[in-house]
Design a protein around this ligand. Structure first.
Ligand code: HEC
Length: 399
């Protein structure tokens, strides 16, 4: 058996043994993992607060040309993101004309026919099924790879810009927020996270809200200020429900101490030059509320071609230096940096309010929390018994 502390505290496992060629990455990763030990079990309790929304804030105002506000896709009723259930309700109430339904980034492809309600239902089918938004980014001009093929079921492929489908991140628990978007493109080293959020607010106003001009400094301040105030408490099971409470306690134990042999994770095993890391869920989710600012972007396998469903594109890339051909469902960080080692890397999100915002993972590929647990059980060969899986789900449902 491994001592308890070693399985839940990344720093104790990895700290002294780290020897890396890239000092910057080494600092980044070891800081992220070190927090697990530093914060300990207390951080898991979620001692944050949930202040009331500020109705007059620019966060709720339409700042662009298409009627959308930040709250359109970070919806209070959907755990501050969007969910298929909430989207379908909005579609049915508006015949698919609610401002969230815009061809520019919500349709499977921007050229889709949206002339009738039925056409709109087809045009927005991926959004309605998975709650994902299409993000189109240019391939960096100095990319270390060439794009050999794009197998895009929606016919959106363009030689210069790639479309990937991602969930809007929930706005919650600013205090543990590390990286602002899935691919970290607004995260600048040694810059305050408020400034990262401000950069994201400007980009979102220009693109998703289709504004001809950037928001004013005051509007950006209001948007960031509103997000800073959002917190979410953990939903503890009531004392009356003793069986659930016991399952949650057992699940929390599994989350923090059950051994995972972490292998093949881009951004972790390669950076630390350790083919195997003895860790737990808490190694990467350093508090269940999230991974802090220093957190690395990781490839845990969600973008592996084997996990493809018919509605997701598949990209085939060749790394120029090595000639290696890589297939991925989403380039992740590599669409920002152009680096081959970043292909498929995505941030680990804040694990708050999970119960109210299925589906999970950046592409919505896990429909339920049990699907998430099954993914990890297979990926890291944890060998959880059925009761242990249920306990872990019970714990995740309270976060
Ligand atoms: C090696 C690092 C690592 C480990 C270990 C790890 N996770 Fe994750 N987790 C991630 C990353 C990265 C993501 C984002 C993946 C994506 O969306 O493609 C993620 C996503 C999730 C999500 C989805 C959150 C959302 O908002 O969609 C849940 C839930 C989750 N993890 C729970 C767990 C549990 C439970 C365990 C242990 C069985 C665990 N994780 C172990 C890195 C890790």
């Amino acid at each position: 058996m491994f001592p308890r502390g070693e399985s839940s505290g990344g720093a104790r496992i990895l700290g002294p043994a780290i020897r890396m060629r890239r000092p910057f990455l080494r600092k980044w990763v070891s800081r992220a993992l070190g927090l697990a030990a530093a914060l300990g079990a207390g951080a898991a309790r979620g001692d944050d607060s949930t202040p009331a929304p500020v109705p007059g804030s620019a966060f709720f105002q339409s700042l662009g040309s298409n009627g959308r506000a930040c709250a359109s896709r970070h919806h209070p009723a959907d755990g501050w993101t969007i969910t298929p259930r909430g989207l379908r309700a909005r579609f049915d109430a508006s015949g698919g004309l609610d401002p969230i339904f815009q061809r520019t980034d919500a349709a499977n492809c921007p050229g889709a026919d949206v002339s009738t309600a039925e056409a709109r239902r087809r045009a927005y089918s991926v959004l309605l099924a998975r709650g994902v938004i299409r993000v189109t980014l240019p391939v960096p001009s100095d990319a270390e790879f060439t794009v050999l093929a794009v197998d895009d079921p929606h016919g959106c492929a363009s030689p210069t810009a790639l479309s990937v489908y991602r969930r809007p991140l929930p706005l919650t628990n600013f205090d543990v927020l590390g990286t602002v978007v899935w691919d970290g493109r607004h995260t600048v080293a040694d810059r305050a996270v408020e400034d990262d959020l401000a950069a994201q607010a400007v980009e979102a106003t220009l693109t998703h809200a289709q504004s001809p001009r950037p928001p004013t400094a005051e509007q950006v301040r209001e948007i960031v200020e509103f997000q800073r105030g959002l917190g979410r408490r953990r939903r503890e099971p009531s004392a009356a429900n003793a069986r659930t409470a016991e399952a949650v306690t057992r699940g929390e134990g599994i989350f923090k101490t059950r051994i995972l042999l972490i292998n093949g994770v881009g951004g972790l095993n390669d950076v630390l030059e350790k083919p195997f890391i003895v860790g737990s869920c808490a190694t990467c989710h350093d508090t269940p509320a999230g991974v802090r600012r220093a957190a690395a972007l990781l490839n845990i396998g969600v973008n592996d071609p084997a996990r493809r469903t018919p509605d997701l594109p598949l990209f085939t890339l060749r790394c120029r230096a090595t000639g290696e051909v890589v297939k991925t469902l989403d380039l992740g960080r590599a669409l920002v940096t152009g680096a081959c080692r970043d292909i498929g890397k995505i941030k680990a999100p804040v694990l708050r309010g999970l119960a109210g915002r299925a589906p999970y993972f950046h592409n919505g590929s896990a429909a339920t929390l049990m699907d998430v647990v099954e993914f990890y059980n297979a990926r890291f060969q944890i060998r959880l018994a059925p009761q242990e899986k249920a306990d872990l789900v019970a714990f995740l449902s309270t976060l």
